[in-house]
Design a protein around this ligand. Sequence first.
Ligand code: ATP
Ligand code: MG
Length: 447
Amino acid sequence: MTYNILVVDDEKNIREGLGKVLELDGYKVLLACDGKEAVQILNRGDMDLVITDLKMPNLSGEEVLQKATTMSPNLPVIILTGHGTIENAVQAMKNGAYDYLTKPVNMDRLSLLVQRALSTRELMLQHRAMQEELQKRHQFSNIIGKSESMKKIFEVVQQVAPSRATILITGDSGVGKEMIADALHYNSPRRDKPLIKVHCAALTETLLESEIFGHERGSFTGAVARKRGRFELAHLGTIFLDEIGEISQNVQIKLLRVLEDKTFERVGGEETIEVDVRVIAATNRELKSAIENGEFREDLYYRLNVVNIHIPPLREHKEDIPLLMAAFVKEFSEENGKSIEAIEPKARTILYDYSWPGNARELRNCIESAVVMSKSNIITVDDLPPHINTESDQEFVRISTGSTLATIEREVIRATLARQNGNKTRAAEVLAIGRKTLHRKLQEYGL
Ligand SMILES: Nc1ncnc2c1ncn2[C@@H]1O[C@H](COP(=O)(O)OP(=O)(O)OP(=O)(O)O)[C@@H](O)[C@H]1O
Ligand SMILES: [Mg+2]
């Protein structure tokens, strides 16, 4: 693409001299001999940069600047000024000029400045385009995504939200499972009724059971009064059971019954309670393998998994990264009173290439810290957390929480061996174990 540059100066030699140099640099140059002519050219609306003298007959450079910045806020204007009038140039910068050059113009400086101004403009335009795209359809509730996989998820959410169907949301940590649960509730007819959330991994077995189903007074030590459980509180609304893979057998049985006939009893109670609650569950654990290990009931799994919404890890829909970045930059710029207008290309590439083991949550945290760290209105590589910068030198093994120690050991051994191109002696060295031990483990794990 060729950029259009408007050069405005009443001195013929200067404007033509600058024009020649810029044309040699590959730009398309338009010349104007005063402010009036400049404004006529600006009105065409296709200029990418303006270089203007200040003192000219008819309209002054200040007026050209004003016209340019109001017409198009990202249009850079470079001021030409004599030594005696630098103060005016400084004032022009306060009024929105990009920079100034003193006459006689150093042509190398000119080339460099023009290049820099144009690439900054390009970045800002890109960023703005992304912000505008964000206003469009690529959102469902607050969930951002325009990749095929995210669009499919939005479709399913829209389709199943109005029903009473039980939904199991699966996916790694930080992919947005809770956001989907929120969207399901708030797009359902139950939206004005409670959405009750239970974090199943955070409580011990007894506490969890009484938290979910409530208890009668004296049913266990510490149960000093009757307590209504989350299912009762969620009546007519939705209950979100997060980390469902962590619940005990006992709670699994009770849950199965609620799903089957909507009834249960409080811990230590006899009264049968009936509720109308829509159940949404989430897990980042492979429930299939928990079933094989006998840790999770298969019948409950099928009851929960009436509709499955699986959210893929971010590295599998990288095309959403730019949009997510734009959204988080906006969010944290506003929160921190900053006006970040772009992320420099090198930083963008690093953010795009990173594998994001913590998914959108990690990206969000990373952008928050970059916004806070940034010293200008452009996020640079230096603003990024160091580990994101250096990842390319290392190799990672991905293991989901909920894995057994044996799985962790097996995966690390497998990856180390692969990294050492199958050389067992070197792999044993890296793992700091003896060759014999390595052999034994390879056999044990069937590697
Ligand atoms: N598609 C998305 N659009 C915007 N923000 C997102 C998206 N996905 C995740 N996030 C952000 O990431 C954070 C984590 O999302 P959420 O809590 O829903 O993840 P999760 O899958 O429930 O994770 P965990 O398994 O660790 O509980 C949210 O605070 C949200 O800001
Ligand atoms: Mg969650």
